[in-house]
Ligand binder design. Structure first.
Ligand code: SF4
Ligand code: SF4
Length: 423
């Protein structure tokens, strides 16, 4: 891939997993972010964290369709194909195969040659495209004739794939390994922090040229008309640094506002170690490494863009696979099956999502008794008997101190007859 700067990787990388299957679209995360960072003049339209209903919703509107269309037309004009070679698997670099098409860094050379200065294929959204962060919420496409006039399926739908579907997509800056925003900035005002890989815009250097707004395929830098500079998610870096001494008196890193406010318990954030090639160092005791690289249940969003995003998603089980493959690449089928029929370890780690505020550096599991079994159906229709055990997951913070202990089965307490009606 062509990237305009020499590769340089941080020691640790800020990363996270979102479980789309569990998001309830409550927008608590968005409000937590907004009330912390974007409540000032000039930031009215900014949602550094937003939730959009796929397939129709988008903030800015149709952002992904627009960039995919640009990328597609660059391939058509060059008579190239945007394909994945799933034979070329490499456990460390490309576990699901290799993308054989052009990324936004190469495609720009063909699609916008007249503009000369552009280093990244992109577009600048119009103001009105940012005006409705939540448009088409809960709107589901109707794929078949088997729906009544109201759009409800005549017969109940069942897994593994629904005819009608929608799902919530959680979106923050991906703090990419190869940030398109950074590549495009003519002022060199954007940098990736060596200590945690967080991508920041230097507000002093930025002159508001909006090249980052144009270049970021995920549309996460936003322009502040009041300060005349661009702004973006800062990964709540004082919390990552353990400097928020109200919630972290011992100075250990804590999760960002959007992660720790998540009502649906769908988010898990961490800091992962990178090797000298920018690849995640093997660390089976890190919950993110274990879920992404070993249990293989989470995937990056639009990996074909080429920025190597560090936010990962467990794809929704009910959405059409072709749609999901365009969004998350060829690992979709496998990750959904691994989520539907999880290992004991996967199930235990999933309990750690949003169960604590401190960042988990290390986890371990302890085995418990079998509590449940049921038949599940995989994507190809194969039936499996899923056995569930009441295992315990224990998380440790940066100082090696236990910060969370959760079981697969949530404990239940029965109120005594004496207090039955008391509040
Ligand atoms: S998501 Fe966009 S703004 Fe964030 S680092 Fe990647 S390219 Fe830059
Ligand atoms: S707080 Fe959690 S559950 Fe609610 S919308 Fe945000 S990601 Fe989804």
């Amino acid at each position: 891939m062509d990237y305009p700067y020499e590769a340089k990787y941080p020691a640790l990388q800020f990363a996270a997993i979102f479980n789309t299957n569990r998001c309830i679209g409550c927008h608590t995360c968005s409000m937590a972010c907004k009330s912390t960072w974007t409540f000032s003049d000039g930031q009215e339209y900014m949602w550094w964290n937003n939730i959009e209903t796929k397939p129709y919703g988008g903030y800015p509107q149709f952002w992904d369709m627009k960039i995919l269309k640009l990328l597609d037309s660059a391939h058509v004009s060059q008579e190239k194909e945007m394909t994945w070679n799933t034979d070329k698997k490499d456990v460390k670099k490309a576990p699901y195969g290799q993308y054989d098409g052009m990324t936004i860094f190469e495609a720009v050379q063909h699609e916008k040659p007249e503009e000369g200065q552009s280093r990244v294929l992109g577009y600048l959204p119009q103001d009105h495209e940012w005006s409705k962060p939540n448009i088409h919420e809960d709107a589901s496409p109707i794929n078949t004739k088997e729906h009544d006039a109201m759009g409800f399926a005549k017969e109940g739908v069942k897994l593994p794939v629904h005819d009608s579907f929608f799902f919530y997509l959680q979106r923050i800056c991906n703090h990419c390994q190869y940030p398109a925003c950074l590549a495009a900035c003519p002022r060199k005002a954007i940098y990736k922090r060596p200590e945690d890989g967080v991508v920041l815009i230097d507000q002093e250097r930025c002159r508001g040229y909006r090249k980052c707004n144009e270049a970021c395929p995920y549309k996460k830098p936003m322009y502040n008309g009041k300060t005349k500079a661009s702004e973006k998610c800062i990964a709540c870096y004082p919390r990552l640094e353990g400097k928020d001494n109200i919630i972290s008196p011992e100075g250990v890193p804590v999760e960002t506002r959007c992660m720790s406010a998540c009502v649906g318990k769908i988010r898990l954030q961490g800091l992962v170690k990178l090797d000298s090639n920018g690849l995640w160092e093997k660390d089976s005791s890190n919950p993110l490494y274990a879920l992404i690289h070993e249990e293989k249940i989470a995937l990056p969003l639009y990996p074909q863009f080429g920025t190597e995003p560090n936010m990962y998603y467990i794809p929704p089980r009910w959405a059409p696979r072709n749609y999901l493959m365009q969004m998350f690449g060829p690992g979709v089928q496998q990750s959904i099956d691994n989520y539907t029929y999880p290992t004991r370890r996967t199930l235990a780690i999933l309990q750690l999502f949003r169960a604590q505020r401190e960042i988990i550096y290390k986890f371990e599991t302890k085995e418990g008794p079998k509590i449940y079994e049921r038949e599940v159906t995989l994507s190809d229709g194969t039936k499996k008997m899923l056995e569930v055990f009441d295992d315990t997951a224990i998380g440790y913070n940066k100082n090696g101190k236990e910060c969370v202990r959760v079981t697969v089965q949530e404990p239940a307490f029965e109120r005594s007859a004496k207090f039955l009606n008391s509040i």
